[in-house]
Design a protein around this ligand. Structure first.
Ligand code: NAD
Length: 522
């Protein structure tokens, strides 16, 4: 039988360097609160993006392991659903405390496997932790409604969990995105099977260990691994009632269609091309700092990275000053002091980003700052792309049409704010946008007319905190964004409403003939 270890025995000290791990351990499945060695025949090598050293091998979980995860989650569902809300709240409090205690360890795993700087990785953890903290307030969020609809008759509504749910996660936020799902799914009484990204599952494995320590019973949270094969299993498994997906359009549109066709609820956040409109009346220094930070932070590998600027009027002259700020950023291994951005996730991603920069050059845009060929001395083998700034970009160019997902800022020019709004609205994506201006009237018009779902006014990355919801729109969500992540829509996603109508008459019925017409209570 496969080797199992208890969660507690997996605790390790966390890495603080990019040194080669001498004997990398294989990543395990997490089933019934136990780490279980996979019997996989296919493995995916995971490399540190700063060095390309092997960190671990991630299994393509076998059919039997996937089956075991779903069966475990199904077995756990009824008893978990029947625990009191206050009990689940207590588990969530413990989970929150443990995430705080293990914050550095989680962040270090992210830096090692994903590449982002340690400080940025701590932010990745915190944004997820905040969702878990908000879920602790579930006791006031889960109340239903009641109304006396006619004499002696009342209707009550209850929010009930769905059953087994699943989450399919991307590589770019290895802690935050699993934590968009785990807290709300579980605190509302569901169980969940998570498939972290095969490119950086380490943070999720630490979270799994913390789930066991926090008191989640076996089966409430299970973790399986792999790529498309695991995803197809999730999409086709009848016991799984809801699927959360965050990732690219290519995978997400397929996942949305197939899971929906199989009758599941689906929430799916997809790709982006986030624009800033830069107006001549803005606070210039604030705007330029904000743009450089939001374009190049996390090496541009954020779905809310500010990857596109529309320079309105004379602000097109400011592009050189954005480049000056970009040049000051330190591109280095994520554990190094002072590193501002780390490597991109893989050699393939680096190649794709460099190809898009080359395409911009061929199509006649101006490469103001070229990050191709950059290498920090200490990490010559990493997947490096330095900050790159491309000006005079036109909407037909590939570098504008495709999501670059790297440290590349493309700048277009517009004569007026109206032209900027039209340009932003003509783009297929609608995740986020920002405007930099001192005029309340201009900001107000922008806010009303722009079609992106998350708008920043002098705020470069307007990702809402968990009391709101992540409200991308257009091609940045599948299914019209009916089920957005966290906040009230997140609660709706993980619960179904049951309404109960009851009649308690004080006098006994005297008529002896049944009424056959539709009851209307009017
Ligand atoms: P990805 O689509 O390659 O992978 C996401 C998940 O889907 C992974 O778990 C992967 O195993 C799985 N997957 C990939 N290809 C598949 C296929 N053909 N069939 C079935 N499953 C498949 O995305 P990524 O590269 O990990 O993440 C980056 C993308 O995610 C970017 O497009 C980014 O904009 C997007 N993203 C969006 C948000 C948001 O909230 N809108 C947040 C983070 C990332």
């Amino acid at each position: 039988s496969p080797a199992t270890t208890t969660a507690a025995s997996t605790a390790t000290s966390y890495p603080t360097t990019h040194e080669r791990i001498q004997s990398p351990a294989d990543t395990q499945n997490f089933l019934d609160n136990k780490f279980v060695a996979s019997q996989a025949t296919q493995w995916i090598d995971l490399h540190d993006p700063a060095t390309n050293n092997l960190v671990t091998r991630v299994p393509q979980s076998t059919d039997a392991e996937l089956r075991a995860a779903v069966d475990s989650a199904q077995r756990a569902f009824k008893p978990w659903k029947e625990t009191s809300l206050l009990h689940r709240q207590q588990v969530m409090f413990k989970f929150v405390a443990l995430i705080r205690e293990n914050w550095d360890r989680l962040a270090a795993s992210i830096t090692l496997e994903q590449g982002k700087t340690f400080a940025d990785a701590k932010g990745d953890v915190l944004r997820g932790l905040q969702v878990a903290e908000t879920a602790c307030g579930i006791t006031t969020q889960l109340t239903g409604e009641v109304l006396e609809v006619s004499k002696d008759m009342e209707t009550r509504s209850y929010r009930e969990p769905l059953g087994v749910t699943a989450a399919i996660c991307p590589f770019n936020f290895p802690a935050m995105i699993p934590l968009w799902s785990i807290p709300l799914a579980t605190v509302t009484g569901n169980t969940i099977v998570i498939k972290p990204s095969e490119r950086d599952p380490g943070a999720m494995m630490i979270l799994a260990e913390l789930c066991e320590k926090a008191g989640f019973p076996p089966g409430v949270v299970n973790v399986v691994h792999g790529a498309a094969k695991t995803v197809d299993f999730i999409l086709d498994e009848p016991l799984i009632k809801a699927v959360s997906f965050v990732g690219s359009n290519k995978a997400g549109e397929y996942i949305y269609s197939r899971a929906s066709a199989n009758g599941k609820r689906v929430q799916a956040n997809l790709g982006a091309k986030n624009h800033a409109a830069v107006l001549p009346d803005c606070n210039k220094n604030h705007a330029l700092n904000a743009i450089a930070g939001a374009a190049f932070g996390a090496a541009g590998q954020r779905c809310m990275a500010l990857s596109t600027c529309v320079m309105v009027g004379e602000t097109k002259e400011w592009v050189g000053e954005i480049a000056d700020r970009a040049k000051q950023l330190s591109v280095n291994g994520g554990f190094e002091d002072g590193a501002d951005l780390g490597p991109v996730i893989s050699p393939q991603a680096k190649q794709r980003i460099e190809d898009l920069i080359a395409s911009a050059e061929e199509e006649g845009a101006t490469i103001v700052l070229d990050g191709r060929g950059y290498k920090p001395d200490k990490y010559p083998a990493g997947n490096w792309v330095g900050p790159t700034l491309i000006a005079n970009v036109k909407p037909h160019m590939r570098c504008y049409k495709e999501e670059i997902f790297g440290p590349v800022l493309v700048c277009l020019n517009a004569d007026t704010v109206d032209e900027a709004i039209d340009m932003i609205n003509a783009n297929e994506y609608g995740n986020g946008t920002a405007i930099f201006t001192r005029s309340g009237a201009t900001a107000g018009r922008f806010q009303r007319e722009v079609e992106a779902g998350q708008v920043g006014i002098n705020v470069p990355i307007p990702v809402p905190l968990p009391m709101f919801s992540f409200t991308g729109n257009k091609k940045s969500v599948a299914g019209g964004g009916a089920n957005t992540f966290y906040g009230k829509p997140g609660l709706n996603f993980y619960t179904q409403t049951k309404t109960v109508t009851s009649l308690w008459r004080s006098e006994d019925a005297v008529a002896t003939k049944a009424k056959v017409n539709m009851p209307t209570q009017s």
